[in-house]
Design a protein. Structure first.
Ligand SMILES: [Zn+2]
Length: 153
């Protein structure tokens, strides 16, 4: 149960970061896409919602990569929040059970934790740390993709 208490702490930390960023960061055009994402997931089957959420997560990862390459910290705030939201949606809506669910939950937690580190580094404007944390995030997203797509295992 060490893992779940760690997860609670990191979720609380993420919320604190999200709140502080929301007040600090200017509204970005990126936010306009959120309504679109909700529209896509409305009324669709669970697997469709999960795949939409996965697409959102991948787009957010690309946004983070672009922002990191440009050494712009502001877009990373919004993109990481979108990424974490999409990953949470995948965790809630995937139909996995048993050992598959355990593996998928673990992969999602790892990706969320890695994205938080990228976000924290961006808040500190430490782009060396953004780059190294981003590599971990890319690796965890790759592992998560394999969990979501059993054919690719
Ligand atoms: Zn931030």
């Amino acid at each position: 149960m060490k893992n779940s208490s760690f997860h609670r702490r990191s979720t609380a930390l993420l919320s604190a970061i999200a709140v502080s960023c929301f007040t600090a960061a200017p509204l970005s055009p990126v936010l306009a896409h959120e309504g679109e994402d909700q529209k896509h997931s409305h009324g669709t089957a669970a697997s469709g919602s999960v795949m939409d959420a996965w697409k959102t997560a991948q787009q957010s990862l690309k946004g983070i990569e672009t922002a990191a390459a440009a050494k712009e910290h502001a877009p990373i705030h919004d993109e990481q929040e979108k990424l974490a939201g999409a990953l949470k949606q995948i965790q809630e809506q995937n139909g996995a059970t048993g050992a598959d669910k355990t593996r998928l939950d673990g992969a999602i937690k790892n990706a969320v934790t890695a994205s938080e580190k990228v976000h924290t580094a961006a808040d500190e404007k430490d782009f060396a740390k953004v780059d190294s944390s981003l590599k971990t995030l890319q690796a965890t997203m790759g592992l998560l993709e394999k969990q979501l797509n059993p054919a690719a295992k």
